[in-house]
Ligand binder design. Structure first.
Ligand code: AMP
Length: 427
């Protein structure tokens, strides 16, 4: 089905085509006509499904339909959890808006940078505001904008908004919005807090579920390489240099590990940069821009980069440290294989993390064959499942165990067996 059939203005259809969107993704097919009709929406979708354009296009359509001489009023508010996502959503909206005959003003605001330029940018008003909650409230407090005219509220990555502790700010923002409005809620997961929010916020919403795989079903080839922890950097160097990977996003467990690994790669002559929450916003934007422009070959990141980063044609993601939860695993590997491209996700697995990786596989219904690379064969072969599962899930270094995983009866039995085999571990 072409975009034109969804009820969009031909100018927006052209803009979508210019961006390389030939046909709508699953979420776009369902969401666009419903949003245009004014319905509330509950989208279970992750980054990679095309969800940004699914709400961006109808929001812009509404602006295309307005009377040209009408005064500028904030019509739509998009709340996002991170600065990176704010910048990205703003970029998508601006790219698509360029095609419209009447200029549309899209303001983007996030914390961690000076508020003054953001206040200046709001001087002539804005049609669409994309913001993180804290900075939005600061701007309202400074009287740089009012929320009383908002007709559509979009909560993007709502679960992340809660994860990052924005629940209270969100409550304050909702109180400032007009009661009569359209609400669009997108979330990758639906813990009780999000379900409660959905019930409070949405009226007869259209529910759209897009499978955790991106809508384009890109082939993400998942690989697991067995390697001792202290040989990982060397192996990474060899893979980066020998595999012809043009751009690699490497995930590690800590900010310190990101710095150290990037440093070691640089010393080996590879353009590598760390990416984590302690870097200034300017530095983070610079790293992403350099990565996109292929000036940086490898970015070594914490889970900060697991969501929200959209580097089209990112061919490889490496789990240098395994993620803490299986949900994070899905987010991390979803950084590759975007927009229909194929991608590779490589996980380094050691004797200590084997049990943890097995839990991730189990939870995601995966079976990733273990590989070895010549010259990097592990000296400590992974222990068998008996006795390791309980200890490994809790104790895998750099993993922290599966979040929220309650030990099953079997796990407890195994742990007891393991303790029995190792009386020193007994309390
Ligand atoms: P999102 O889920 O919004 O983060 O989008 C994921 C990626 O898909 C982005 O790189 C978009 O540019 C791209 N994209 C969105 N819609 C389409 C479409 N209809 N066809 C092809 N690519 C798309």
């Amino acid at each position: 089905m072409p975009f034109l059939k969804l009820g969009l203005d031909p100018a927006l259809v052209r803009a979508a085509a210019d961006k390389g969107y030939a046909t709508p993704t699953a979420i776009q097919r369902e969401a666009i006509p419903a949003i245009l009709k004014g319905r509330d929406l509950l989208g279970s979708a992750q980054t990679g499904s095309g969800k940004t354009a699914a709400f961006a296009l109808p929001l812009l359509q509404r602006l295309a339909d307005r009377v040209p001489a009408s005064p500028r009023r904030l019509q739509s508010l998009v709340l996002v959890p991170t600065r990176e996502l704010a910048a990205q959503v703003g970029e998508t909206l601006r790219g698509l808006a360029q095609s419209l005959p009447t200029p549309v003003r899209i303001a983007v605001a996030f914390g961690g940078v000076s508020i003054n330029p953001q206040m200046m940018a709001l001087r002539g008003g804005a049609d669409i505001m994309v913001a993180t909650p804290g900075r939005l409230l600061d701007l309202v407090g400074q009287r740089a904008l009012r929320l009383t005219t908002v007709q559509t509220l979009v909560l993007d990555e709502a679960d992340r908004l809660f994860d990052l502790g924005f629940a209270e700010e969100l409550g304050r923002i909702l109180a400032l919005l007009p009661a009569q409005r359209q609400n669009l809620l997108f979330s990758a997961t639906f813990p009780p807090a999000i379900q409660a929010l959905a019930e409070q916020l949405l009226h007869d919403p259209l529910r759209i579920e897009v499978a955790s795989e991106p809508a384009h079903e890109p082939a993400i080839q998942q690989r697991a390489i067995e390697v001792d922890p202290d040989r990982r950097t060397q192996l990474l160097r060899q893979l980066v240099k020998g595999s012809g990977w043009s751009r690699v996003l490497v995930f590690v467990a800590t900010k310190h590990a990101a710095e150290t690994a990037a440093d070691k790669l640089r010393r080996a002559g590879i353009e590598a940069e760390p990416f984590h929450g302690l870097l200034s916003q300017g530095k983070r934007s610079q790293v992403l821009a350099d990565f996109k422009a292929q000036r940086v070959h490898v970015v070594v990141a914490t889970d900060l980069a697991a969501r929200g980063i959209d580097v089209v044609q990112l061919p490889v993601v490496v789990n240098y440290d395994l993620p803490r939860s299986s949900v994070d695993y899905v987010h991390r590997i979803g950084r590759t294989g975007r927009a229909g491209q194929s991608g590779v996700a490589v996980s380094f697995v050691s004797a200590a993390t084997e049990a943890h990786f097995r839990l991730i596989e189990k939870r995601q219904g995966l079976n990733v064959p273990r590989e070895r690379v010549a010259g990097f064969e592990p000296t400590q072969p992974p222990a068998g499942s008996e006795g390791v599962a309980g200890a490994g899930a809790q104790g895998a270094p750099g993993s922290g165990g599966i979040k929220g995983k309650r030990p099953s009866k079997k796990d407890k039995l195994r742990a007891l067996q393991a303790e029995g085999a190792n009386p020193a571990g007994k309390r």
